[in-house]
Write a protein that binds this ligand. Structure first.
Ligand code: PHE
Length: 513
């Protein structure tokens, strides 16, 4: 007769055979073998099915030290500690009050200690008038039985009450009265081999193949008969799947979009590949302006030149740069070069897109007020670090209306940041070649207790608006704010690169929206 058992069960069966005793306690055995308790018990069940092994449950009362008890295990019981104080000070006699003082004991524990010292007949107490004295009345102080028992807990955190000798049980009862121990009832399993299990030899046992899938070969050859099909546990949850979700940056952009839409703005977008004309010239930036230089702007080789708008506008921009045109300005006073304006580049700000909107306004001969925004990507040749990217996003907007002014501009921007959750904003004078007055905008971030710069804004100068026919009393409010700055605060990222490198841990932490 051969019996088929799983590999793990065979291993445990072998270990059980080595045991001299009739039975062992499962939890001890699993510790000795260094295998999981559940694994052990499932093997025992396996043996039980084959009538090779069995287990029975017994209720045991386990005793362990509580916190106070454990502290005495290290330091000694209060009576022993007090005794040691007397001995180390060579005190044969001491007043109770002095003793309390030098012992630095809690009063309650002190009296407990004194009581047990008396009980042990280590000391006697005498009263002379008002004065109570403690007098040592022994020469030697061997370990008392309670201390000897306490020591047993050094090797065994838990003792079985039933396994203790009657006199030990008595001491446990004393410890219990002194509130130094915990008692718990536990079910313990005793495992053993059956007579059949004891008799059978290892050669009569074969390993059972566990498979979770049947293959066509197994069916054809019939080898499936020797296999044990691993049952599926249909109550188990499937593997945890991380579902896809919208990137936090997209969520943030949508949130901003909602805010501007709710404030009556419409969204526009413009080309990433721009002409220097829209990116710089139309913004009254002189052609030798340092920002145009290669270290800031990515110029393109292909296509090398861009088409410019109608001649009339070109002429008027040229005039504005050279002598102010009809804007009332004296201009930059240099010779404006159309070829420089034709150069292609990756837009360095979305203000280029704003100007395209002005061009459309001009073409349609619009007279109506306009409120528009754009959240879009811009490029600058910056060295990448914790707070700089070469490719980032601006939150741009303009309002075209009669007699709009700086306080309208502050109002709109304040309202936007308030809706984003920033209560305090501050504006300071700034400079841009295309706005007058110009303002820098900072928000207050309470978590850091700091003001953080967010972007620029202002009223477009006549040099910018006149070529598009936008004249007094119509004015253009404009702003360009950083998206990534805001994102870093919102998502608590200290490295701007995280926003696009996508640390998976962060993305998982961000909530689904
Ligand atoms: N274009 C500016 C920038 O890139 C921001 C700005 C936009 C300033 C509109 C004033 C008006 O920083």
């Amino acid at each position: 007769m051969t019996i088929k058992l799983e590999k793990q069960t065979i291993g445990i069966f072998k270990e059980l055979k080595k045991i001299k005793l009739d039975s062992v306690i499962a939890s001890d055995f699993s510790k000795d073998l260094d295998i999981d308790y559940i694994v052990l018990m499932s093997a025992i069940n396996d043996l039980k099915k084959n009538s090779l092994g069995d287990f029975r449950e017994i209720e045991v009362n386990q005793v362990s030290l509580n916190k106070e008890g454990k502290s005495y295990l290290d330091k000694g019981l209060p009576e022993r500690q007090l005794l040691n104080i007397l001995l180390s000070n060579n005190n044969q006699e001491i007043s109770l009050q002095d003793f309390l003082k030098i012992s630095k004991f809690d009063k309650k524990i002190f009296y407990v200690g004194i009581n047990y010292m008396k009980k042990n007949k280590w000391v006697a107490q005498s009263k002379v008038g008002e004065d109570i004295k403690i007098i040592l009345i022994q020469e030697e102080f061997p370990k008392i039985e309670i201390e000897i028992l306490l020591n047993k807990f050094k090797d065994n955190l838990k003792l079985n009450y039933k396994d203790l000798l009657p006199e030990e049980q008595k001491i446990i009862d004393t410890l219990n009265k002194r509130k130094l121990i915990k008692r718990e009832n536990k079910i313990q399993r005793e495992i053993a081999l059956t007579d059949k299990g004891k008799k059978i030899t290892l050669s009569q046992i074969k390993e059972l193949q566990q498979v979770s899938k049947l293959s066509s070969e197994m069916i054809i050859s019939g080898s499936w008969k020797d296999c044990n099909l691993k049952p599926f546990d249909i109550s188990k949850p499937g593997p945890l799947m991380q579902r896809g979700k919208i990137h936090p940056m997209i969520n943030l952009i949508n949130e901003i979009r909602e805010i501007f839409l709710s404030m009556g703005f419409t969204e526009i977008r413009g080309p990433i590949v721009e002409s220097a004309f829209f990116n710089f010239d139309a913004l009254f930036q002189p052609q030798d302006h340092p920002a145009r230089e290669l270290h800031d702007t990515f110029y393109l080789k292909n296509p090398k030149t861009a088409r410019l708008p109608q001649n009339k506008v070109i002429q008027s921009i040229k005039n504005t740069h050279e002598y102010g045109g009809d804007s009332g300005s004296i201009g930059w006073r240099y010779k404006w070069d159309e070829n420089i304006a034709k150069k292609t580049l990756l837009r360095t700000h979305t203000t280029a897109t704003t100007i395209r909107r002005l061009a459309e306004y001009y073409k349609n001969n619009d007279k109506k007020p306009i409120k528009m925004f754009s959240i879009d990507r811009v490029f600058r040749n910056e060295k990448l670090d914790k707070s700089h990217l070469a490719e980032f996003t601006q939150i741009e907007g303009i309002v075209i209306d009669n007699n709009v002014n700086l306080s309208n501009l502050i109002g709109i921007i304040t309202e936007f940041y308030r809706k984003m959750g920033f209560e305090k904003i501050i504006t300071r004078p700034g400079f841009f070649p295309y706005t007058e007055p110009s303002m820098e905008i900072s928000v207050y971030y309470d978590k850091l207790g700091k003001w953080l710069e967010m972007g620029g804004s202002g009223l477009f100068r006549p040099e910018v608006t006149y070529p598009w026919g936008i004249k007094n009393p119509t004015r253009v409010l404009a702003w360009g704010l950083g998206l990534e700055r805001l994102a870093m605060l919102k998502f608590q990222r200290s490295d701007i690169r995280d926003l696009y490198i996508n640390p998976i841990k962060w993305l998982r932490e961000e909530s689904y929206r």
